[in-house]
Design a protein around this ligand. Structure first.
Ligand code: ADP
Ligand code: MG
Length: 224
């Protein structure tokens, strides 16, 4: 089932001489139960694509449809609620709150989103799977890049979203951790029926993907 659909999406930053066409005429569908990779070099438009698909920013033209709702037609309040309940983000800048411990990051989620988060047992299992159980009392600044990344993934998954969007989620991970995280993304899609969209330049993730798209100069081509 299609959970995210982009129709003829275009994104232009700036005006006049400074204008950058970041996305041109993107048509894309993501389904539940599938892992989709969006690959391509730096500057190709991958992050722009992901933030528009997740309704963090609006396209210049075209439609973004999430679970059947055209988010261009929703009020700010409705689109915020939709993002909060349906979408989990793992962004490039790890987006952990610097003055909260890893454990407190989850408490924060509970405050913002009160329902349908993971149970204590499910969270314990997830932390174990990600190898960060021992880091609960630490602050983001005390963690390595890879540990921060895994904590950010755990926090996004804690809210139990239908859709998980991740921007370069394995950028600072060694191969063993990439395999763990890749398998985790695949399990989320296959066992929990989530739609997983990963923006990456990391070929080590290819084997976990159902579909692979290549992005180049704001254009998208399906490779698998
Ligand atoms: P990627 O994630 O593939 O590296 P981006 O989506 O970040 O690509 O960027 C695509 C293009 O849009 C690049 O040319 C970039 O410089 C430009 N761009 C991205 N964000 C902005 C912005 N906020 N303002 C102006 N230009 C931007
Ligand atoms: Mg990027």
């Amino acid at each position: 089932m299609a959970v995210i659909e982009l129709k003829n999406v275009k994104k232009i930053y700036g005006k006049g001489d400074a204008q950058v066409i970041a996305l041109q005429d993107i048509n894309f569908v993501a389904n539940k139960g599938e892992v989709v990779l969006i690959m391509g070099p730096s500057g190709a438009g991958k992050s722009t694509f992901l933030t528009i698909a997740g309704s963090l920013q609006k396209p210049t033209s075209g439609e973004v449809i999430i679970d059947g709702d055209d988010i261009g037609n929703l009020s700010a309040k409705k689109s915020n609620a939709l993002r909060l309940t349906k979408i989990g983000f793992v962004l490039q800048a790890y987006n952990l709150v610097p003055f909260l411990t890893v454990e407190e990051q989850f408490v924060l989620v509970d405050k913002v989103k009160k329902q349908n988060n993971l149970s204590k047992d499910e969270l314990d299992k997830l932390l174990k799977q990600l190898g960060i159980t021992k880091l609960l009392k630490k602050y983001p600044g005390e963690l390595s890049g890879g540990q921060q990344q895994r904590a950010a993934i755990a926090r996004a998954l804690y809210a139990n979203p239908e859709i998980l969007l991740a921007d370069e989620p394995t950028a600072s991970l060694d191969t063993k951790n990439v395999e763990e995280v890749g398998q985790l993304f695949k399990d989320l899609a296959k066992k929990r029926n989530k739609a997983v969209m990963l923006v990456t330049r990391d070929p080590r993730l290819e084997k976990y993907a159902d579909h692979i798209y290549e992005m180049m100069d704001g254009k998208m081509t399906q490779k698998k």
